[in-house]
Design a protein around this ligand. Structure first.
Ligand code: DC
Length: 218
């Protein structure tokens, strides 16, 4: 038995779960893992070796070869890598290969805030705190659009919305570990919340589940 505490933060793309998970981890003195980076890094390795994301054997081999340095690759946030990540994430062998990495991370004291799609349902079903962070699709697309413009990249709102809806559909309907809230997850809808309000809502859930004062670190 380890003494690590795990906070699972799941939800669809661009709902604000990454920012929330990072800030929660900082505030509570826990480590943070963005599990989406594991799928993105798998896709990036695959591209590098000339493989296609729908080549299951090659994708699984890329996932098995993954190491921590791969998570700091600079191209992981590109839209093309994100789209390919969604394809490799539907492959059972890839998910199995990445599960061990996530279990090791979760079990290391003092614990972690892990954000993704299946943390509360599959990776850490025993997590004492599970959040499901969501927002309306048009609002998520608007945020992604603003983010790209702020980075100086060209962006088209309609294309972003269509891509986001396509990705939601793939993530929620895949056979292996589909995106859905765990039965004991608390849903935080950030459509009308800014980052600070989302953090306060999450801290209130953590305090209630762990019986802590909201201001206290773990
Ligand atoms: O959160 P993200 O956009 O970085 O994730 C990239 C892809 O990886 C996304 O399409 C879904 C997938 N993913 C997953 O299936 N399970 C996770 N725990 C995290 C991400």
């Amino acid at each position: 038995m380890s003494t690590a505490i795990v906070i699972a933060v799941d939800g669809p793309v661009a709902a604000g779960k990454g920012t929330l998970a990072r800030r929660l981890a900082e505030r509570l003195g826990l480590r943070h893992l963005d599990s989406g980076l594991l799928y993105r890094a798998t896709a990036a390795r695959l591209f590098e070796s000339g493989g296609r994301p729908d080549d299951e054997a090659a994708a699984e081999a890329a996932a098995r070869a993954l190491n921590e340095d791969d998570l700091s690759r600079t191209n992981l946030r590109h839209e093309s890598v994100g789209a390919a990540a969604s394809v490799v994430a539907a492959i059972g062998g890839v998910r199995a290969a990445l599960l061990e990495f996530q279990h090791r991370f979760a079990a290391t004291p003092p614990g972690a805030v892990i954000d993704g799609r299946d943390i509360g349902t599959v990776v850490c079903p025993q997590a004492p705190v599970k959040l499901f962070v969501t927002a309306q699709a048009a609002e998520r697309a608007r945020r992604r659009y603003q983010e790209l413009l702020a980075r100086g990249e060209s962006a088209q709102f309609e294309a972003i919305l269509a891509d986001l809806e396509e990705r939601d559909l793939r993530d929620t309907t895949r056979a292996v570990a589909p995106l859905r809230p765990a039965e004991d997850a608390v849903v935080i809808d950030t459509t009308r919340l800014d980052a600070d309000q989302a953090l306060e809502a999450a801290l209130a859930v953590v305090a209630e589940r762990l019986k802590l004062s909201p201001d206290k670190a773990i």
